[in-house]
Design a protein around this ligand. Structure first.
Ligand code: BGC
Ligand code: NOJ
Length: 794
């Protein structure tokens, strides 16, 4: 089968060996507030803190060809012009390799005896990308070549950059001084920030005006200056500012030259913006340039980045007999959890970085993937999220990272949202034992003076559900629950309305959700346990509400062979054998089996059997079946998708782990393992079919009803990362953090049951050897600081 690359576990890299991957295969760089997306051909962009409001590089969505724009290096060697990453010139290379590693990418191209090795990373403690370009003459004759850099500036607001040309084409401003090109558009007025692209050696020419560099009728693949071996030394005034440096280089056989480029971002105090009228204060930029002036400095910064990731990924390691499992657990799944924590759903090759900030529900779930890695940052995130809640427990559906203020741009009133705060906080406290976070004072809607304790936020989250019950005693769905597209109060027949923001009917709605019911029971139990643990008398009422909900689910939410999905506006069933289409849905099977509702009466086993029988296909479990074949106004966006895609019978990978965990809780190891392998990219053999990165989970794989079942989409930024982490680390491998220790309770097929785990847990370090025979059982390890070696036979 055709492959485009392979894993290299020792160096924690994925090595791409052909540039023409079925879709750009990307990586992320940055660990603090400067972030970059970089594809295997060096496409992509960067921003500081906010992908919409502080965008540094311009990027073209929906471009033809895909992935136009990035940090490009051009080499002119005689008549041939090429890029180390193949694009944009697409000149055939003698060899190509891209190594995506933890927070860096290294792209190497060779042609006609010249090797160009480009290392890209975002150093810790600096707001910049460092590009180390090393050119080596591997041939036998001396070479005279030229190297050009290229980056195109976005005019900061990534959204208006694409729209407001009557203004934008007149605002661009730059300065060129010493070895640095400065981008200072709008700095003259309210912006206190600028960007720069500099290099550690004097250059032989430059350009800052796109038209001069590229030529009006050329594309990135044929910049007129590069083709002619010159530079225009242009200064951009309006139009489209860029930055390009040129070097004329002589290389003897065997000789190498190294160039260190820094693409950075600077914020100045408002009283120190200028050194002379119109001349920007360059001090901070020059300091950053100085920090990377010499190769040893770059080596040290790169080593520090490696150490950062080694430290993180050393906290939980697995040694099993299954290499695909090891590389997923030890490297890529945890890495992806960090990326989703940083980015929520804002910036990927499927999310524009413009439309969506940090989701309330999404960010809470993402915590489950990183609490064991960066607990301090999880703590802050919880407090930030809680501060966007309303006094009645409802929530803004998302907030903008720059301001941390909530907005309803993609809708509000999702009735599952409040419960996720309990989910995230419980995950955090179980990992850290930091009960003190519950006493933190947190405002509502970020309004000073409204502060209550985080614990009170959790209580009103819980109460928001019991305050909003429908006719069957089940939770009202609101605009939607986890499934954004089950819009039971929307009733839209206007194509110009968004399903996510339209709510034409909700008064008197009977629409109830079994997904929220399951979530409420599961999280309610956790919440009660937390309250009991801290001696809060509210626990009893919580337990009572949970018991009532279980009764309601058993009475009104069971369809005979599986759990119903919902009741619609009129009180009709959704996800029932009585329905023609959408007879069964995954979300309620997952949540009600994780909540073990009716387990004693056999409901969970039946629901899981039905999931295997009806929802499972070759590539995973579809969301619902049969797919909706036409638009149903009463159901909304779910029926807007052709069958097999997204929420209409796609394999929505995010919710597969719910069933995996449900299976594990029912002791059904083979089913749990099979479902896990199907959605985990490291097990996927057909790279051409899957199309997206073989090292990242995707939100959605086309389901059995799609034109091409198995084709992946929406890779990287998805709750799948945190949920598969929870599924594999807790449900399958059985390492379950509790308030006072670790519960070891594996559920994995016995043939894979011998493995070793190294686990940092608070101030303890456990080396656990597990021999699991397949029989259900568990061992509790009370928390005790220090090193411990444990052998567990189950
Ligand atoms: C997508 C959902 C997404 C929602 C909000 C819908 O179009 O199908 O997956 O959560 O938009 O952006
Ligand atoms: C993606 C959204 O980010 C998430 O919040 C939602 O739960 C799923 N889509 C399902 O609709």
């Amino acid at each position: 089968m055709e492959t485009f690359g392979h894993f290299e576990d020792a160096s924690r890299e994925y090595v791409i060996t052909r540039p023409d991957t079925p879709w750009p295969w990307i990586n992320y760089m940055g660990t603090e507030d400067f972030f970059s997306l970089i594809s295997n051909t060096a496409g992509g962009y960067c921003f500081c803190r906010d992908a919409k409001f502080r965008r540094i590089l311009r990027y073209r969505y929906n471009g033809v060809p895909m992935d136009a724009g990035g940090r490009y290096y051009y080499i002119k060697d005689g008549d041939s012009v090429w890029n180390p990453g193949w694009k944009p010139c697409k000149t055939t290379l003698d060899s190509y390799e891209c190594r995506h590693g933890m927070g860096y990418s290294r792209i190497k191209g060779c042609k006609d005896g010249l090797e160009a090795d480009a290392l890209f990373f975002v150093p810790i403690g600096h707001r910049c990308e460092v590009h180390r370009i090393r050119l080596t003459n591997t041939g036998s004759a001396p070479k005279r070549i030229q190297l050009y850099s290229f980056a195109e500036w976005c005019l900061w607001n990534a959204s208006t950059d694409m729209e407001n040309f009557q203004r934008n084409l007149s605002t661009g401003e730059v300065e060129v001084e010493g070895k640095v090109i400065y981008h200072k558009t709008e700095y003259r007025e309210r912006r206190n920030h600028y960007a720069f692209f500099g290099v550690n050696r004097p250059f032989d020419g430059f350009d800052t005006d796109r038209e001069t560099f590229i030529g009006m009728y050329n594309g990135f693949e044929a910049p007129q200056q590069v083709l002619s071996g010159k530079s225009g030394n242009s200064l951009a005034h309006g139009w489209s500012p860029i930055a390009s440096h040129r070097f004329d280089i002589g290389l003897e056989p065997g000789a190498s030259e190294e160039f260190i480029f820094v693409l950075g971002y600077v914020e100045n105090p408002s009283d120190k913006k200028f050194v002379a009228p119109g001349v920007i204060n360059k001090e901070a930029a020059l300091r950053m340039m100085d920090a990377f002036a010499a190769p040893e400095q770059v080596d040290a910064a790169f080593a520090a980045l490696k150490a950062f990731w080694d430290g993180l990924l050393g906290r939980f390691t697995l040694q099993s007999d299954v290499p695909e499992l090891d590389r997923t657990v030890n490297i890529w799944n945890q890495y992806q959890c960090m990326i989703t924590f940083f980015f929520s759903r804002s910036a990927s090759y499927f999310e524009s970085g413009i439309g969506r900030g940090m989701g309330f529900r999404d960010s809470n779930q993402d915590l489950a993937g990183i609490v064991h890695l960066i607990p301090e940052r999880a703590r802050q995130r919880i407090l930030d999220i809680a501060a966007t809640q309303f006094p009645d427990g409802g929530c803004y559906h998302q907030y903008q990272p720059l301001t941390k203020r909530g907005n309803n741009d993609i809708g509000g009133g999702f009735n599952d949202d409040p419960l996720w705060l309990i989910f995230g906080t419980v995950a955090y406290i179980r990992e850290t034992g930091d009960f003190g976070i519950l006493d933190e004072r947190v405002p509502f809607d970020n309004k000073p003076g409204t502060e209550v304790s985080l614990l009170d936020h959790l209580k009103i989250s819980f109460k928001h559900v019991t305050d909003n019950l429908g006719p069957h005693g089940l939770p009202l769905i609101g605009r939607a629950d986890w499934n954004d597209c089950l819009n039971l109060n929307c009733f839209s027949d206007n194509p110009d309305e968004s399903f996510q923001t339209t709510e034409n009917k909700s008064e008197g709605s009977k629409a109830e959700s079994l997904m929220i019911a399951g979530l409420f029971v599961a999280e309610g139990r956790d919440f009660a346990e937390l309250l009991e643990r801290i001696g809060d008398s509210g626990a009893a009422l919580v337990r009572e509400a949970v018991a009532n909900m279980e009764t309601a689910v058993k009475k009104h939410g069971w369809d005979g062979e599986w759990f119903l999905r919902a009741y619609d506006y009129y009180g009709n069933k959704i996800g029932s054998r009585e329905c023609e289409e959408g007879k069964i849905f995954i979300e309620s099977q997952g949540w009600c089996t994780m909540a073990r509702i009716g387990a004693d009466e056999g409901l969970c086993d039946k629901a899981l059997d039905s999931a295997c029988k009806l929802l499972e296909c070759e590539h995973g479990l579809v969301l619902n079946t049969p797919a909706y074949t036409s638009y149903i106004k009463d159901y909304g966006e779910i029926s807007s998708y052709p069958g097999g895609y997204k929420e209409n019978a796609g394999i929505f990978c995010h919710n597969n782990p719910w069933v995996i965990i449900g299976e594990a809780m029912a002791g059904r190891a083979d089913d749990a393992w099979r479902h896990y392998c199907k959605i985990t990219p490291a097990f996927c053999k057909d790279q051409n079919l899957r199309k997206v990165e073989p090292y990242a989970f995707c939100q959605m794989v086309a389901g059995k009803d799609a034109a091409k079942p198995g084709e992946g989409k929406n890779s990287w930024l998805t709750g799948t990362a945190a949920w598969t982490w929870k599924a594999v680390s807790e449900a399958l491998l059985g390492i379950k953090p509790q308030f006072d220790g670790l519960l070891i309770e594996p559920c994995i097929p016995a043939r894979y049951g011998n493995y070793k785990i190294h686990r940092r847990f608070r101030d303890a370090e456990y080396d656990i050897t597990i021999r699991f025979s397949g029989k259900a059982g568990s061992v509790f390890i009370p928390y005790k600081p220090g090193k411990q070696e444990l052998e567990i036979n189950l």
